[in-house]
Design a protein around this ligand. Structure first.
Ligand SMILES: *[C@@H]1O[C@H](CO)[C@@H](O)[C@H](O)[C@H]1NC(C)=O
Ligand SMILES: *[C@@H]1O[C@H](CO)[C@@H](O)[C@H](O)[C@H]1NC(C)=O
Ligand SMILES: *[C@@H]1O[C@H](CO)[C@@H](O)[C@H](O)[C@H]1NC(C)=O
Length: 279
């Protein structure tokens, strides 16, 4: 009796399994995506996906972190808050702290390269690396010397940079530059740049932002250190970082930006975002 009972149960279970299996099969044939709803009901699925994506990837920039750092089950980036992150620029054990703008663009992360708050303490040597251990929007800071390394290996033929002054999203814009342009160039000839987003009603000119990638002025007698100006020996508006050569008009402030509109905006920020996949 007991034996038949067990066989009956077994047959019942098998029949139910077969029934659900054939129902699944039917539903699949009818074109319903039953697999997706099955996986979604498993709470630990995201961990599996994150591990698989993360292991082979050394994050080189804020954009990398945004795109690959952490994903949900749909493969969408979940890092959505601005803040401090560690990036691996060189592919060795050295990590660099950075400040990331993860919020202004839903699909991209921007790496802060330079914050210019004052002209005190800047010079031609430290423009590449200034207060590197303390990335901040609120004090003088630069990791400009790492920018070319960050853009290396991107699959796109352009790189984007963003300038803003006074407050985030003002008096500047987003530019696209050929990927072989250098962030540490020391001449005024990287001019094939395209403004793809404009913040504020300003025009290019000698007393405004210049249509060129910011470049490092090596002449130590000029106050401009990092500028978009064409001739910083004549007009140095459009300058991101100035050095303190004792110019009375600019004591305690930062470099001149746009005449009449925002002469000394109090803060200028320089960001980068590489496009395409970094390797
Ligand atoms: C990583 O590489 C960079 C650039 O070559 C170098 O400056 C740094 O010292 C390296 N770090 C280590 C721990 O080897
Ligand atoms: C300017 O840059 C674009 C990419 O942004 C490139 O396609 C174009 O060939 C460049 N033009 C010149 C004259 O170098
Ligand atoms: C700023 O205003 C002065 C006086 O009106 C004018 O001559 C100059 O061209 C203006 N500068 C810019 C960049 O528009």
């Amino acid at each position: 009796m007991k034996f038949y009972h067990s066989v009956f149960l077994l047959l019942l279970v098998s029949a139910l399994l077969l029934e659900s299996d054939s129902r699944l099969h039917r539903r699949t044939v009818e074109g319903k995506v039953i697999v997706a709803s099955y996986i979604q009901s498993k709470p630990d699925a995201p961990n599996v996906i994150r591990t698989w994506v993360r292991e082979p990837k050394l994050v080189k920039s804020c954009n990398d972190i945004k795109l690959y750092g952490q994903m949900n089950t749909k493969g969408e980036a979940t890092i959505a808050k601005d803040g401090f992150f560690m990036i691996n620029v060189y592919g060795n054990v050295t990590y660099t702290p950075v400040y990331c703008d993860m919020e202004s663009d839903p699909k991209a992360g921007w790496t802060l390269l330079v914050t210019s708050r004052s002209m005190a303490g800047w010079n031609k040597d430290n423009i590449l690396s200034h207060n590197e251990g303390t990335p901040t929007l609120n004090a003088d800071y630069s990791i400009l010397g790492k920018a070319d390394q960050i853009k290396m290996g991107t699959s796109a033929n352009v790189v984007q940079y963003r300038l803003e002054a006074g407050s985030p999203g003002h008096w500047g814009g987003v530019w696209e530059a050929p990927v072989d342009y250098s962030f540490t160039h020391n001449m005024n000839d990287q001019t094939n740049v395209t403004l793809v987003a404009k913040f504020g009603d300003w025009d290019y000119g000698p007393r405004s932002i210049g249509q060129r990638m910011p470049w490092i002025v090596e002449d130590p007698t000029l106050p401009a250190v990092l500028t978009t100006a064409e001739r910083p020996d004549q007009d140095w508006y459009g300058t991101i970082v100035g050095s303190d050569l004792g110019l009375p008009a600019f004591q305690g402030t930062n470099a001149p930006w746009i005449q009449n509109l925002t002469e000394a905006p109090g803060a200028i920020w320089y960001w980068m975002r590489e496009l395409g996949e970094c390797t």
